[in-house]
Design a protein around this ligand. Sequence first.
Ligand code: LMR
Length: 393
Amino acid sequence: MFQELQAAPADAILSLIVEYKNDPRPEKIDLGVGVFKTATGETPVLEAVKEAEKRLLKGQSSKAYIGSAGAQDFNVAMSELTYADTLDADRVASLQTPGGSGSLRVAAGLIQRCGASSTVWVGEPTWANHIPLLGGAGLELKMHAYYDSNTHKLREADMLEALSKAPRGDMVLLHACCHNPSGIDPTEEQWRAIADVIVERELVPFIDMAYQGFGSDLDTDAFMIRHLAGRVEEMIVCNSCSKNFGLYRDRVGALSFLTANSKTRDIVQSQANNVVRTMYSMPPDHGAAVVSIILHDEALRAQWVEEVDEMRERIFDMRTLLVDTLRDKAPDHNFSHLAVAKGMFCFLGITAEQVEKLKKEHGVYMVNSSRINVAGITAGNVEYLASSIAAVL
Ligand code: LMR
């Protein structure tokens, strides 16, 4: 049976982890996979997480099964973090999931059971795994314009036009904040215009929020979700705790379905639980228990918010530093767009050949599309990075 298989293509993002690790050059720079890094290049365990882990270890009295939806206290805390005062708990079904990817996959499984449209409108470009993950789960994906690589701006008119022609009942995949890969988010005014079309066309928002807190702050980054919560009957929200809690490998995510009423909520909850039961039975506990401890403890939560703020500010500073350094090293080129992007990513705006050259000749790693993880920049490597970019232009 296995002889029939061909090797799967290398993952555009994850393959860079290994390539970078195997590169012996000391001056190498990793701007590939989206993990936060400090000024000295580490991806640390957050202090709030360390403290919560201590408490968990001390207080945990059982490892018995919890259930397919995960821990209720985690689900409540994540719903509150997501919807804040727009949360209508009677209408929201929620689950703890293995990371944001697990959340997207369970959402796709639930959508398949609804017997309604399984078409999702997806902005171009999007996170490299959105299409294989959702398409592989049987959803039909239709692309609409999102990012203009010439102006480095949102293609608002094109996006609105595409959505205004979408059949009623279709879903629209939106990045709540820190658009991956472009870093270009709609402004509040643009979000409102997108919401108007969603409401008018009776589309179902399907929102991926993997970077809450990395754009502006925890509340502003959830603007579109909260704005829509009062305007639509149904919505799907996928959260990841990988970045804002730094729990990447622990696989912590959440999934919520806003439904029309409590009766539908209960049905959706039971079906979603069953999707999980038949897929992986139940989510891993440890990371979610840590998140729950943090979100339920005032002091720990404040410490965590501070750490999120620090991560966001460091990334912002590195954007500005790179733009300033590139102005010096490559004065004939305009990289000012890098400074306006939000979150971890943005496109450098160079060709795939130049990306390859950067890797081969300079040990600078980024995704083929020229998406860079800004958190990989430090005061110590920015000169080398900017000179390397200038050398391949
Ligand atoms: C990224 O886009 O680099 C991250 O979301 C990590 C991943 O799983 O792709």
